[in-house]
Design a protein around this ligand. Sequence first.
Ligand code: 1OR
Ligand code: 1OR
Length: 323
Amino acid sequence: MENLYEEASCPQEQQALIDKKNRALRQQQIMRSRRTSVSAESITPVKRNVEKNFPPKSESEKKFIHKCVENNFLFKSLSEEQYDEVVNSMRQVQVKKDVEIIKQNGIGDYFYAVQSGAFDVYVAANGNPPEKVGSYTSGGTFGELALMYNAPRSATVVATEDSVVWALDRFTFRRILLDSANRKRDMYKDFLQYVPLLNFLNPQDRLRIADALESVSYNVGDVVISRGDIGENFYIIESGSVSIVCPDQNGAEREIAVLNKGDYFGELALINDKPRSATVVAKTPLKCATVGKQAFQRLFGPVVDIIRKNAFNYTKTTTTGAE
Ligand code: 1OR
Ligand code: 1OR
């Protein structure tokens, strides 16, 4: 585990090492699952001795890793101490061009942050050939899902050039991330049951949404969304209410709808890839739970048809319209 593929001299050799390591990991998991059930592992943070011999890194490398990691939605609620531990625990790995650092359906061993180079992401669904769904360059992070949810890898990630990444092992990742996620899941549990849209999701999907949510607060009159802006976030109202504001035929700003606790907004720009269709203003002191565009697309996929249907009904309703 420590000797992260660096002794390989060519892509084929490196790939063979990665595959061998994954086979060993699968064997370990099989042995472990004979002792503990899978569901037990998925909710219990893995307790390990905190590694004291952190891999050496310069201050600028630490700053760089910190920046990469804080952009990943799963890390948003970590304390500074937890960030430090994540950053300190990561070790540098050279990845040769064409190496599949992650294979779809494989075992989750590491989480990665890209120092330099480039990676493509492929997903093979329903027996179809793999399709490219994304890419990562310097500053990007990937490989968090299998570790977080104790699930098989959801995609294949391949280096498209010689690259350098920072790797965080599964045990450290789960110890730190699950600790913080459990607190957040408790915090959002009651609220998420209150959101009508999410009643269409299974409890596991609701958990994933809790992991991705962040709370943001506004004062009365604050503009949450400006008409015409590019859409970056989706919002669910935790408390308070908002006005949806649009110009009338004479160009005067008019309130066209009011949304309250449990309602959501900011979905149209994200599902239609269009600028914001209206301005959204806090009508009272307001608290919202929000997720970024990428997490929204990933997590709200199962209810996107309901979201589209609700949006279609906006034009027909005269009140809030969101549900
Ligand atoms: P993992 O542990 O499942 C594969 O291993 C990683 O690929 C996964 O964690 C994520 O970090 C990453 N777009 C970009 N990256 C992805 C995507 C993705 N899915 C997984 N990973 N899309 C999903 C397509 C179903 C496109 C989203 C817009
Ligand atoms: P967005 O990403 O375009 C502005 O950013 C948000 O305002 C938009 O997503 C919707 O969430 C919301 N009724 C309720 N909410 C609306 C409406 C609306 N228009 C935009 N948003 N309408 C009905 C009024 C009776 C307007 C329909 C044209």
